[in-house]
Ligand binder design. Structure first.
Ligand code: GLN
Length: 614
């Protein structure tokens, strides 16, 4: 493909047997229009590469630049949909239905924007595309090789994102650490990209780790130095080094890293632990990392200072409220089965954190494993809880315990919020204990139950296999006018939320459930798929559930109204003597599922009290 604006890239050739260059350029690609920041990890994983990259992307976005992040995962799965949350953390669903790694959630929350399948790739996707091209004879008789074809496919993916997003900067986060076998070709692709794009186009940021062994009481940089050597052995010269460390990195250590890696001292940054991840953007800004990136990529001219001042003020508002000391605490029981790993419910954790800031209270999450719960011990398990949140899930383990929690919350006026499976459990509980449908269940857990009040979606019946085939992604929910949930969403007619499910309320039971008092206050636009339910105020102070996952669209500045409503209802239960002016969450600023609070007031944070490692 020729590209008049890119004579040198075009000259690198395109998939022929006459050249070793392989630079597939997407239609309309303009060299130099988009720059690249590539974040690589060294020494070890778990350094908070996603938090670091998204914070850096945020402060550049604040400056009025258009940024487009992409996470590149080395595993061979096509997406994260089939990964066990116990091992990999939650599956984060994007608006277009892509099932991704939880880091995409960090990017969406930091950047306050919806991402798409373009912002996430895996080795599985890269190789699938290559094998499809091979079957279509697109390699013109060449043997298809790791270099240049696989690396070429990675470059194509990055340039397609650049072209489609029209970004000023594409942020590339390579999963794992440099030196991992499975990520090697991503790193090589980045090296080729830097070579092809030329000077001032690709900024390599190496994230590393400075150890501080307690027995020595001083910072040690050897592992970091070896990490830098690995980056350089891969043919990449880092432009910026970010040093993760529990405490501020000493000048002496920064000097060692600087000398060892050929990176000027002013570009070796200390990235020490902060009380909250939301402080990281400001820490980077104050250290001047944004300025260095702009200089390295020649982007100073594209900056909009007014935009930055405004964005910074808004963020500051949130962070101050998050960290302000709080007088009140609410205990929220999250009743799930992966309760030993917080990452499995990362978005719920985050959504509650946002609400704590906006509702001026500390939200203390009590993780309750429901697999051992029954009618006799549920009261003990939920003692001291001011609200119950039943999260999404799959499989029958712990299901009866969850149903007991729903019953206990409903019968004892404890605020309840059900998310996806938590919605279905609320329907089962109500059918059994209020409508008298003994042994009602979901066919997911009991295929032959007498009252299948939750059954597989018609469109799911014909599907076989488990990957990427649920009802997935952002969907509009039509809200019932005058319902409590519609009020929470600021009397909106509809709200767009994200879904990931295979089962639904069996339509033939809807009437019977409603006669019992349950109100279905949200449904799909063109199908009788029930997506929201509530109990009227006469029956319960706050009993709401949704087939969607509103936690996925809760953002720091616009917490989800159902979550905010739960936290406020929990406050009423915890401090009944005090009168709360409003129980409603606020009105949505968009139909994307996020909302702003009606009553501004001060605010507070949540459980993020302890020092949070990036
Ligand atoms: N297992 C249920 C379903 O497939 C709920 C899914 C979920 O909670 N994400 O419908």
């Amino acid at each position: 493909m020729t590209n008049e604006l890119n004579p040198d890239l075009a000259a690198l050739g395109h998939s022929t047997d006459e050249t070793e260059f392989y630079t597939p350029l997407p239609e309309g690609y303009v060299k130099g229009r988009t720059k690249y920041v590539v974040v690589l990890g060294t020494v070890m994983s778990g350094l908070g590469k996603g938090i670091f990259s998204s914070s850096l992307a945020k402060i550049l976005k604040d400056k009025g630049l258009r940024v487009a992040p992409i996470k590149m995962e080395g595993y061979l799965n096509i997406d994260s949909g089939t990964l066990n949350p116990f091992r990999h953390g939650e599956v984060f669903v994007l608006d277009d239905g892509m099932e991704t790694d939880m880091d995409l959630g960090t990017y969406e929350r930091m950047l306050d924007e919806n991402l798409s399948a373009r912002n996430f790739t895996t080795s599985g996707q890269i190789f699938t595309r290559i094998l499809e091209r091979e079957r279509h004879g697109q390699y013109l008789g060449r043997d298809v090789q790791m270099i240049p074809h696989v690396t070429g496919e990675v470059k194509r993916t990055l340039r397609e994102l650049a072209t489609e997003s029209k970004a000023d900067i594409v942020f590339v986060e390579v999963g794992g650490t440099v030196g991992d076998y499975e990520n090697g070709y991503f790193i090589e692709a980045v090296r080729e990209l830097a070579y092809e794009e030329g000077e001032d186009s690709v900024c390599i940021v190496a994230l590393t780790y400075i150890m501080e062994p307690q027995s020595l009481g001083e910072q040690k940089s050897k592992a970091a130095q070896l990490g830098m050597r690995q980056v350089m052995e891969a043919g990449l010269q880092p432009h910026i080094v970010a040093c993760r460390c529990p405490s501020p990195v000493t000048d002496k250590v920064r000097q060692k890293i600087s000398m060892f890696s050929n990176v000027p001292l002013r570009r070796v940054f200390s990235m020490h632990d902060m009380p909250s991840i939301y402080l990281v953007p400001e820490m980077l800004r104050e250290a001047g990392m944004d300025r260095e990136v702009l200089t390295l990529l020649g982007l100073h001219e594209r900056v909009n200072q007014r935009n930055e001042d405004q964005a910074r003020r808004k963020w500051q508002w949130f962070v101050e409220r998050l960290l302000a000391p709080k007088e009140k605490t609410v205990n929220i029981a999250v009743t799930g089965k992966y309760t030993s790993v917080r990452d499995a419910y990362a978005s719920i954790d985050k959504a509650l954190e946002h609400c704590g800031a906006h509702a001026h209270c500390r939200v203390n999450i009590q993780w309750i494993d429901t697999s051992q719960l029954n009618a006799r011990n549920v009261a003990d398990a939920l003692r001291g809880c001011h609200a119950v949140l039943c999260p999404g899930g799959f499989g029958s383990r712990g299901a009866e315990g969850k149903i007991e929690c729903v019953r206990f919350a409903r019968e004892n006026n404890i605020p309840y919020l059900g998310i996806c499976l938590g919605f279905q459990m609320a329907v089962v509980e109500f059918a059994r204990n209020v409508c008298g449908l003994t042994n009602a269940n979901t066919t997911e857990f009991d295929a032959h139950c007498p009252h299948p009040v939750i059954d597989v979606l018609p469109e799911q019946k014909k599907i076989e296999g488990l990957g990427g085939n649920m009802r997935l992604g952002g969907k509009d929910v039509i809200l019932k006018p005058g319902s409590r949930i519609s009020d929470l969403y600021g009397a909106a007619e509809s709200v767009r939320l994200r879904f990931r499910h295979r089962y639904e309320v069996e339509p033939k039971y809807i009437d019977q459930l409603e006669r019992g008092g349950l109100i279905f206050s949200g449904h799909a636009p063109h199908q009788p798929i029930m997506q929201m339910l509530e109990l009227p105020e006469s029956m319960h102070p706050y009993f709401m559930a949704t087939q969607a996952h509103p936690c996925l669209t809760s953002r720091p500045l616009t917490p989800d109204p159902l979550f905010l409503g739960l936290v406020k209802a929990a406050l009423v239960r915890a401090y009944p003597q005090q009168v709360f002016s409003t129980m409603t969450g606020g009105k949505p600023t968009t139909t994307a599922g996020s909302a702003t609070t009606k009553s501004a007031a001060e605010s507070r944070p949540t459980k993020a009290a302890a020092s949070v490692a990036l």
